[in-house]
Design a protein around this ligand. Structure first.
Ligand SMILES: Cc1cc2nc3c(=O)[nH]c(=O)nc-3n(C[C@H](O)[C@H](O)[C@H](O)COP(=O)(O)O)c2cc1C
Length: 151
């Protein structure tokens, strides 16, 4: 039986969502989930958002998520999409990964950035402690190859 895949994405300005859409086309039958925060969690401005995210990381007060979480137990693989924020995943990803605690399937991240992803994947792995994390993908080309290795 084909592996059951969930593509869960946080995207503030649409770039990571575009990669999620490409992945959905590459993985027949994959479910999708939009990771959302309540309105007003982040300002519109990138630098102001960066300050809010930094404060969340420093204080350990990560943002609440909006809506009901998926039933992770239905999936063999969860792909988690995020923009790079200050060389780390966007802070809603921290909350999402906490909600995935106990998930025994595979987890891998895809991400988009403006040229300096820094230690994104290492930070993702730290935030995903206890989960079975496989190598990620920095958006762009070769998505198919990445997916083939994961499935
Ligand atoms: C708060 C904030 C911090 C960012 N920090 C970085 C960074 O450290 N390195 C980088 O290459 N791009 C950085 N960017 C750019 C985003 O990663 C990039 O535009 C991404 O594709 C946006 O994805 P989205 O449209 O799905 O939100 C940052 C953007 C924001 C809003």
């Amino acid at each position: 039986m084909a592996a059951k895949v969930l593509i869960a994405t946080y995207s503030k300005t649409g770039s990571t969502k575009r990669v999620a859409d490409q992945l959905q086309n590459l993985i027949p039958g994959a479910d999708t989930f939009e990771i959302k925060v309540p309105a007003g969690t982040f300002p519109n401005d990138m630098f102001a958002t960066n300050d809010v995210a930094k404060e969340q990381i420093d204080s350990g007060n990560y943002p609440e998520l909006a809506g009901t979480m998926p039933d992770f137990s239905k999936y063999d693989l969860v792909l988690v999409g995020s923009p790079v924020w200050s060389a780390a995943p966007a802070t809603p990803i921290h909350t999402f990964l906490e909600k995935m605690a106990g998930f025994s399937g595979k987890v891998a991240t895809f991400y988009t950035h403006a040229g300096t992803p820094g230690a994104y994947e290492q930070v993702f792995e730290q935030w995903a402690q206890g989960l079975n994390v496989l190598p990620g993908h920095a958006g762009g080309s070769n998505l198919q190859q990445w997916v083939d290795k994961l499935l």
